[in-house]
Write a protein that binds this ligand. Structure first.
Ligand SMILES: [Ca+2]
Ligand SMILES: [Ca+2]
Ligand SMILES: [Ca+2]
Ligand SMILES: [Ca+2]
Length: 189
C-alpha cells in the first residue's frame, strides 16, 4: 500500500506540474497584455493637425492655391499700370532729349553752309534741299540760284514742265517758270 500511495503521489505531482505550466503561461499572457498599451496615445497637437490637414487637406490646398492665384493677379493688376506709366514717362523723356538734340543741331548749323551753295544748312533743311549737294535736282542751277534768284523749284529739274530743264532755260534766256523769255519777264517787272 505505501508503494501505491507513493506512486499516486508521484502521479499527482506530475499532474500538478502539468497544470502549473498553463497557469504560468496565462500569467505571462496577462503580463504581456498589461504591458501593451491599449491604444496608441496620440499627442493632442498631432490630433489637431491631423484634423486640420487630414480629410480637409485637399480643400485646404485648393483654397490656398486660389488665394495665391488671386494675389498674383491682384499684384499684376496693380503693378502693370505703374510699369506702363514709368515706361511712357521714360519714352517721353527720350523723345524730349531727341527733340532737344535736333534743335541744338539745327541751331548749331544755322550759319554753316556745308556744300557752299549759298544756302545755310538750316535753310536747306527748311527747303528740303540737300545740304551736302550744290544742285539737288541736277538741272544746272544751284539750290541757292533756284530759290533766291529764279524762284524755281529746287527739287524739280523742269519747273514749268515744258520739256526744257531750268538750267537750259536760263542758258537760252528763256523763262523757266512758264512761256516767254527772260527779257520779256524783265520788261514786265
Ligand atoms: Ca548749302
Ligand atoms: Ca544744296
Ligand atoms: Ca537745281
Ligand atoms: Ca522748263
Amino acid at each position: 500500500m505505501p508503494e501505491e500511495k507513493k506512486q499516486q503521489e508521484n502521479l499527482e505531482d506530475i499532474f500538478s506540474s502539468i497544470e502549473a505550466t498553463p497557469k504560468q503561461s496565462n500569467i505571462f499572457k496577462e503580463m504581456e497584455l498589461e504591458e501593451l498599451p491599449e491604444e496608441e496615445e496620440i499627442p493632442e497637437v498631432a490630433k489637431t493637425s491631423s484634423k486640420f490637414f487630414g480629410p480637409n487637406k485637399k480643400v485646404f490646398i485648393i483654397v490656398g492655391g486660389v488665394i495665391v492665384v488671386i494675389l498674383i493677379f491682384f499684384g499684376i493688376y496693380t503693378i502693370m499700370p505703374k510699369i506702363k506709366a514709368i515706361k511712357e514717362e521714360r519714352e517721353l523723356q527720350e523723345k524730349n532729349i531727341d527733340t532737344q538734340l535736333q534743335t541744338k543741331i539745327i541751331e548749331q548749323s544755322a550759319n554753316i553752309d556745308s556744300d557752299k551753295d549759298g544756302l545755310s544748312d538750316k535753310e536747306e533743311i527748311q527747303f528740303n534741299t540737300n545740304p551736302l549737294k550744290v544742285d539737288t535736282d541736277n538741272d544746272g542751277l544751284s539750290d541757292r540760284d533756284e530759290i533766291k534768284t529764279w524762284k524755281t523749284d529746287p527739287l524739280n529739274p523742269d519747273t514749268d514742265g515744258d520739256g526744257i530743264n531750268d538750267g537750259d532755260e536760263i542758258k537760252r534766256k528763256l523763262n523757266p517758270n512758264g512761256e516767254g523769255t527772260l527779257l520779256e519777264i524783265l520788261k514786265w517787272q
